[in-house]
Write a protein that binds this ligand. Sequence first.
Ligand code: NAD
Length: 476
Amino acid sequence: MKVINPSSGEIIREFSLQTIEEIKAVITQARQAFDQGPWPRLSLAERKQFILKIGQGILDKAAELAEIETLNTGKPIKETTFMDIPSAAKAFEFMANNFEKYLEKETLDIEGQAQGRLVREPLGVAVLIIPWNYPLLIACWKLASALAAGNTVILKPSSLTPLSALELSKIIKAAGLPEGAVNLVFSSGDVFGKAVCQDSRIDLISFTGSNEVGRQILECSSQSVKKLIMELGGKSASIIFKDADLDTAVNSALTSIFLNQGQMCTAMSRILVQDSIYDRFTKEFVSKAQRIKLGPGLDFETQMGPLVSDGQRQKVIVAVEKAKSEGAKLLCGGKIPDNSQLKRGFFFEPTVLAQVTPQMSIFREEAFGPIAVLSKFSTPEEAIALANDSDFGLAASIWTKDQDLARSTAAKINAGTVWINTYGMFYNQLPFGGFKQSGFGKELGKEGFLEYTRLKNIITDQSAEGKPLVNFWYGF
Ligand code: NAD
């Protein structure tokens, strides 16, 4: 496996990929560590200390991690320094300080002297499959919950972006976690999927990635009936009403589609603008999109880096060409930049397409690149219908000064996260996850944590009489 710097096209590192036999040995190790090892048997207070140490370990190496993540993904160093790495550390700190209360046992008096006790247990061996767009952050979201719950873990980064996971595994080792609690695998997706999906020694697969691969995992896991968490794609809509603050709406729309080169599951890849402000909005939006500074990820002045790979760039080029052929109007971008200093990296210009209708592929399919799609609406009902006209249901954002309009619109949006007059903030307290084909299960918050546990109910009845199935059924 060759790891490439997308800003320059150069090979930064080579790895050998693990074979199916090697992955099976890792599964054995994780299983033994769960069945016999100390990790699930530690007291909650001990587990908390380990989880805090991982978070602190990330903070101690923050600058180095930011550089590695940028080198490997191409995303601007400003993003990794101020968002990805601190948020990754925070995920551990937050979970360490909250999981004990999420695990509190509940006792229910049922009837007579019967009592039920609800107990949360770890699931067992949890497989965590990570995409390339937020390699460290998504790994940390999943790891913090899976470990706090007491599972042992097999972590599988994307073959395109394994470097930050490698550093994270060193931090975890330095934190002193017991052998086998966290196991890192470098392998191709196909080989890994074959090894884990059908293996009944694995209790959970938590997958974040594309719908195509998500479907393969669903099918392949059906024989072994394991728990799945699916965090899949999106085609989210930003709804901009006529009374919105225009400057803020334009700026947020830019961030929501060009941050991380548009390679975000929650990218607002459909921007719906009310007709009376559509022309003004479009003019401002295009003028600012053209001023975004492209450059290598490691340059602090860079506002937009390269796409993660040449393959990803090809997909984006195909999506733009198809949109044009279906009648969308290209307002800017749509090509590889002419700048000779960028020619070896996988750069693509911020692209704006207008006059896009719901019948066009670019309105319906996730492009996962810097392609903004503008459409017009006249009434709130039309905006809601357009936003919901999608197979996906991951997120939406609403821009208006009218709080009643904002709330009534949010109530009718078919998506797991709705931002009102804001965009893109994820909070450790708030569960995140999509509806419809954006998947199922949550990450973050109490609900995200509980996904990594199983619920047992233990029933005790101290009464001598009054247990119909015990005392009277056969009449003996
Ligand atoms: P991908 O599906 O190609 O790969 C994701 C991971 O799955 C990688 O680690 C890959 O190696 C692995 N994989 C590939 N084939 C596999 C198989 N057969 N069995 C098991 N694992 C396999 O996705 P990607 O291109 O890395 O990421 C982009 C996608 O991720 C987009 O669709 C995006 O919307 C989605 N995403 C979703 C969220 C969310 O929270 N909903 C967050 C980030 C990204």
